[in-house]
Ligand binder design. Structure first.
Ligand code: C5P
Length: 238
C-alpha cells in the first residue's frame, strides 16, 4: 500500500505545526526538510510525532563517513522514522549511515537520493561519457541496493525501471506529484497520485497541492482516495 507523505516546507515551526494539526488522521507521514529543520531544530520532529505523524527527515546527508554516521545517529535520536543520504557518497559513506542508524534507531528507514530530479546529466560538473540522467539514476539505485539501503528517492517515471532492475528489493519514494489540474509550479516531470501508485511507488511526497490549497484537509483526503483506488486497481480488486 502506497503511503502519503506531506512536505511541510515552511520557514518556521508555527505554520508547519498548524498545517500538521489540520492533517491529523488524514496523512500518516510528514516530511521535514532543510528549511524547516534549520529554523526549528530537532524539537520539530518530537512535536510532529506527538501529533501522531511518522516523520521523514529529508536532510540528504553527504559527507565523510564518520560525519554521516553521527548525522544519521542524531536523526535517529531525534525520533525520525525515515532519513536519507546521497547514494553518490559511495559504499563507505552508506555503511557509516547504516551504523549510525544501528547506534540510535534501528527501525528508522534509510533512503538514498539517486540523481536529484531537478538535474540532468548536463548539470553534473563532470563528463558522464554520454550516459543520460535516467540511466545514471537507475545505476545509482542499483548501488543503493548493493549498499543495503531500504529505498531510493526517485521520479515517479523511474519507479518501474528501478523496481525491475532491483528485483523489487528497494522501496521507492517519489516527489513531483501533481493531481490532475493542479499547478505544476517549479516541478517539471510530474505524475498524478494515481499514476505514481500504478508505477509502484511506495511513498508519495506531496507539498503545495495540499499545503497551498484553501482546504488542505480536503485536498489530502481526495489524494488519499485517489491513491486507494489506484492501489485496488493494482491488486485487481477494482
Ligand atoms: O510542493 P511540492 O509537492 O513540489 O513538494 C515536493 C517536495 O519534495 C519538496 O519538499 C521538495 O524539496 C521535495 N523534493 C522534490 N524533488 C526531489 C527531491 C525532493 O521535489 N528530487
Amino acid at each position: 500500500m502506497s503511503e502519503l507523505v506531506v512536505a511541510l516546507d515552511y520557514p518556521e515551526p508555527k505554520p508547519a505545526l498548524e498545517m500538521a494539526r489540520g492533517l491529523r488522521g488524514v496523512a500518516p507521514w510528514v516530511k521535514v526538510g532543510m528549511e524547516l529543520f534549520g529554523a526549528s531544530g530537532p524539537a520539530i520532529v518530537e512535536e510532529l510525532k506527538k501529533l501522531g505523524f511518522k516523520v521523514f527527515l529529508d536532510l540528504k546527508f553527504f559527507d565523510i563517513p564518520n560525519t554521516v554516521r553521527g548525522a544519521v545517529r542524531s536523526a535517529g535520536n531525534a525520533g525520525a522514522d525515515m532519513c536519507n543520504i546521497h547514494v553518490l557518497g559511495g559504499a563507505r559513506m552508506a555503511e557509516a549511515a547504516l551504523a549510525g542508524r544501528s547506534d540510535s534507531r534501528p527501525e528508522m528507514l534509510l533512503f538514498g537520493v539517486t540523481l536529484l530530479t531537478s538535474m540532468t546529466e548536463a548539470d553534473l560538473p563532470l563528463d558522464t561519457g554520454g550516459i543520460q540522467g535516467p540511466e545514471l539514476a537507475l545505476r545509482l539505485a542499483v548501488s543503493a541496493k548493493a549498499y543495503y539501503l531500504d529505498g531510493v528517492v526517485c521520479s515517479g517515471l523511474e519507479v518501474a525501471g528501478i523496481k525491475a532492475a532491483t528485483a523489487g528489493d528497494l522501496l521507492c519514494l517519489t516527489p513531483g506529484i501533481r493531481p490532475d489540474g493542479a499547478e505544476r509550479a517549479d516541478q517539471r516531470r510530474v505524475v498524478t497520485p494515481a499514476e505514481a501508485v500504478r508505477f509502484g511507488s511506495d511513498f508519495l511526497v506531496i507539498g503545495r497541492p495540499i499545503t497551498g490549497s484553501t482546504h488542505p484537509e480536503r485536498a489530502a483526503e481526495a489524494i488519499g482516495l485517489e491513491m486507494e483506488r489506484a492501489g485496488r486497481e493494482n491488486r485487481g480488486e477494482a
